[in-house]
Design a protein around this ligand. Structure first.
Ligand SMILES: [Zn+2]
Length: 192
């Protein structure tokens, strides 16, 4: 029986050649930094939100692993089309804030580990006081935010006050790059 022993030896020598070629190449330096990646996940999640005025995303991280993602939206079963998205409207029952779950809440509830002790949360917008309470009570120890809207408003001042008292680290995120582009039409899978 002839099993073409030369075939297998060719395969071996070819893969060896490829391996040694790869080893001589320097790693790329235009890769996405962890922190930019986590904030980018928060910003991408925000794009799922149907809120006409404010899209917010959150990404919870533990030991460089994403353990929860969320964006602002209506509770499950409460239709995006039927529930109101209004703000400062004449009928108080049409105020979106009565219904919308904020990104931080959804990310915390969507967690895929048992508890969020010592996690960081990346948020595209500085958290309101209600989310600050959830963040503190969940065990999250660090808040990294991209932007801040009207910091003089009581709900944001209250957040700061609670974060400070609870010892939650809080810092504004400075991205390494201003823009990350995702292009589904370009084939950039240059792995081979
Ligand atoms: Zn909030």
């Amino acid at each position: 029986m002839n099993h073409h022993p030369t075939d297998s030896s060719e395969v071996t020598s070819n893969s060896f050649r490829e391996d040694s070629q790869t080893k001589t190449q320097k790693k790329r330096d235009d890769y996405l930094e962890w922190k930019d990646y986590f904030m980018a996940v928060a910003v991408l999640a925000a794009k799922r939100s149907k809120d006409p005025n404010c899209q917010v995303g959150a990404c919870i991280v533990k030991d460089l692993k994403i353990v929860g993602v969320g964006y602002n939206g209506m509770p499950s079963g409460c239709s995006d089309d039927e529930f109101p998205w209004g703000k400062e409207v004449s009928n108080p029952l049409d105020e979106k804030s009565l219904y919308v779950c904020h990104a931080e809440m959804n990310a915390i509830i969507n967690k895929n580990i048992s508890d969020l002790k010592d996690c960081s949360i990346y948020v595209s917008l500085f958290p309101c006081n209600e989310c600050a309470k959830l963040i503190i009570q969940s065990g999250i120890r660090e808040v990294v935010y991209l932007s801040e809207k009207k910091p003089y408003k009581p709900k944001y001042m209250a957040s700061r006050r609670m974060f400070l008292a609870a010892g939650i680290k809080c810092r504004q995120f400075i991205p390494k790059q201003d823009k990350i582009e995702i292009n589904f039409t370009t084939n950039n899978n240059d792995i081979l």
